[in-house]
Design a protein around this ligand. Structure first.
Ligand code: ADP
Ligand code: MG
Length: 239
């Protein structure tokens, strides 16, 4: 699917990201273009340092690309003040990170409510209902530090889905999970896609690659679209 296709909810055009640390310059993204359609699940794979997390942060508006642009539902999210990016993110994007999408001083329920308030409209799904969906109804009052790894993953998922986002972005969400929690996270991700969400998931997991419609392989700041999921073709990049 070409990045300019109108059906694409998420579109990135020619993304560049340079980091300068002292004398050293890193080119983390070297002209990455991609599109993710409604209901489509795309897996992004590639070795450590390839630029996957940088790409995801730019797509989420958590980071600004040095060049190129990101559009969500036709609205440009890149090259805006941080507060505007945060508001667009709250309205359109769910972000699932390995551990970092829960604030430590807020209960699980308040963590889910936070993006719902930032959205500025009535929550599409009450926090309690979302927590029940991820099997966390009885842990709503707990603080993140009181949760096990699997529970943190479930709570993080509820936060990512708090506003029924059009786009779900996940950075290695199943990296440290037990098999059962990985299955839960992946089945909920599939449920989102089935409901029309555009899903992009950075992953090393074979299971996650298996559920994807398309795989994008990243190396050294470049992205190669393999178009269609082909287990033979992706075998070597997943390891
Ligand atoms: P991946 O997620 O594929 O492992 P990253 O996107 O984290 O890769 O990193 C891509 C490259 O950018 C790496 O060379 C990394 O060292 C560099 N990089 C990432 N974040 C920063 C940063 N904040 N400052 C400097 N260099 C960075
Ligand atoms: Mg990474």
């Amino acid at each position: 699917m070409s990045p300019s296709t109108q059906d694409n909810v998420l579109v990135a055009r020619e993304l560049y990201r340079f980091y300068r640390v002292g004398e050293e310059e890193t080119l983390a993204l070297r002209g990455v273009s991609l599109g993710v359609g409604r209901g489509e699940t795309v897996a992004v794979v590639g070795p450590s340092g390839a630029g996957k997390s940088t790409l995801l942060a730019c797509l989420a508006g958590l980071d600004e690309p040095s060049g190129g642009e990101v559009r969500v539902d036709g609205i440009r999210i890149s090259h805006r003040p941080e507060i505007e990016r945060a508001q667009l993110r709250a309205r359109h994007i769910g972000v699932l990170l390995q551990t970092r999408n829960l604030l430590p001083h807020l209960s699980v329920r308040d963590n889910v409510r936070l993006p719902q308030r930032a959205r500025g409209r009535r929550a599409p799904v009450p926090a309690e209902e979302l927590l029940a969906r991820v099997g966390m109804a009885d842990r709503a009052r707990a603080l993140p530090r009181q949760l096990s790894g699997g529970e943190l993953a479930r709570a993080g998922l509820a936060v990512a889905l708090a506003n029924a986002p059009a786009v779900l972005l996940a950075d290695e969400p199943t990296g440290e999970l037990d098999g059962e929690t990985e299955q839960l996270v992946l089945s909920m991700v599939r449920e989102q896609a089935a409901a029309g969400c555009a899903v992009l998931i950075v992953t090393h997991s074979r299971e996650a690659v298996r559920v994807a419609d398309r795989v994008i392989a990243m190396t050294d700041g470049h992205a190669a679209d393999t178009r269609r999921h082909d287990p033979e073709e992706t075998q070597h990049v997943v390891g």
